[in-house]
Design a protein around this ligand. Structure first.
Ligand code: UD2
Length: 343
């Protein structure tokens, strides 16, 4: 009698385990929830499914892809096989439908300290028109003038969140301090955000910037140096600095004004750059281009998994080169003497 009870109990237990196992592990991929669970993303436990499993809607009609016809005027792969994103290399409709089913949230950070607040309105208005349209977007504005943040109408699922920061009488400090604040923000929003992009405020969007830019660690090629020999890149050249890049080293020159990726990747980048900047400062060194120099050093060792072409950060004063078929985001012309707290 006793043995039969134990046997039945064991059978029920086994059936239970089998049910849980089948239910969780063997569900067809189309039933796997595409949304994020509220897990600690900084612990690098983002599921493989969340990042790599790309599900396209059935019956979606789009232009046939080709592996023999495409852009030939530009390089679309880095030597470590990270894609370089140019107009004409991706299908925006296909990509949007893949990423929309993942139900992702994208954050953007922008700093508007002191007189730079004047650039914020255009930045926000154009972000609303071009930046991840149709996705859930939170734009985090860091400013010492919260009362002057313009009211910009955002569509459903998109919002501006204002964070107060102290002002500074040195622009170099404002620019460099961003890494620490980005690191703190990521720790704050890690359970509700998937990707983050960190952008300069003195810039405007002119064209689509969307799901094609999503990746682990995402860097943007600086528009000023991409045709140059690396010997001319303005890396930090003093070995005493933690941002040092030796002669004959370095892949590309990346922008400090735009970078991003998955939350935990950007967290590691921001934390590392902040710590290295601080350690340099304690020894009386400030890298040539502040956090941009540290970012370039970081990306030399930690290769970006996706590279955005200079379409993603042009400069208004530069005439458009023939390989630039679209300008998506561009720095406005500014009078440094007029807007910076120091020269
Ligand atoms: C380059 C980089 C910038 C940064 C800097 C070196 C690009 C396009 N720009 O730009 O990202 O790496 O070199 O430090 O790659 N800011 C304020 N208030 C200030 C000063 C700066 O809010 O008084 C913020 C603001 O968001 C601005 C950013 O810091 O967009 C960078 O400062 P910048 O635009 O003056 O630096 P710039 O043009 O030398």
């Amino acid at each position: 009698m006793f043995n039969i009870r134990v046997l039945i109990l064991l059978l029920v237990l086994l059936l239970g385990i089998l049910f849980v196992y089948l239910h969780h592990e063997w569900r067809p991929t189309s039933f796997i929830p595409q949304t994020n669970t509220h897990r600690d993303r900084l612990s690098a436990e983002v599921t493989v499914n969340q990042i790599f499993h790309l599900v396209a809607p059935d019956h979606l009609k789009y232009k046939q892809p080709s592996i023999v016809h495409g852009r030939t005027d530009v390089v679309t792969l880095a030597p470590w096989l990270a894609p370089v994103i140019w107009e004409g290399t991706f299908n925006p409709v296909l990509l949007d439908s893949i990423y929309q089913s993942k139900n992702i949230t994208v954050a953007a950070t922008v700093f508007a300290v002191g007189k730079y607040i004047r650039f914020l309105k255009k930045f926000l208005e154009t972000a609303e028109r071009f930046f991840f349209v149709g996705f859930r977007v939170n734009i985090y504005v860091f400013t010492d003038r919260p009362k002057e943040v313009p009211r910009v109408q955002m569509s459903a699922g998109r919002k501006v969140v204002v964070h107060s920061v102290p002002s500074s009488d040195r622009w170099q400090e404002i620019s460099a301090r961003r890494m620490e604040l980005i690191q703190n923000l990521i720790e704050e929003v890690q359970n509700s955000t998937d990707y983050i992009f960190c952008l300069d405020v003195d810039s405007e969007f002119h064209g689509r910037w969307g799901s094609e830019s999503l990746g682990g660690l995402v860097a943007v090629i600086h528009p000023g140096y991409y045709r140059d020999d690396r010997g001319r890149f303005p890396y930090e050249r003093r070995p005493a600095s933690r941002a040092y890049v030796a002669d004959g080293e370095g892949d590309f020159y990346y922008c400090g004004g735009a970078f991003g990726g998955l939350l935990q990747e950007v967290h590691l980048l921001a934390k590392t750059c902040h710590l290295n900047f601080k350690a340099d400062a304690e020894e009386g060194i400030e890298a040539a281009w502040q956090e941009e120099s540290h970012l370039n050093r970081y990306m030399w060792i930690n290769k970006p998994s996706k590279i955005l072409s200079p379409e993603y950060l042009w400069q208004d004063f530069k005439p458009r080169n023939p390989e630039i078929h679209i300008i998506r985001f561009s720095g406005v012309v500014k009078n440094y003497a007029d807007i910076r707290p120091n020269v």
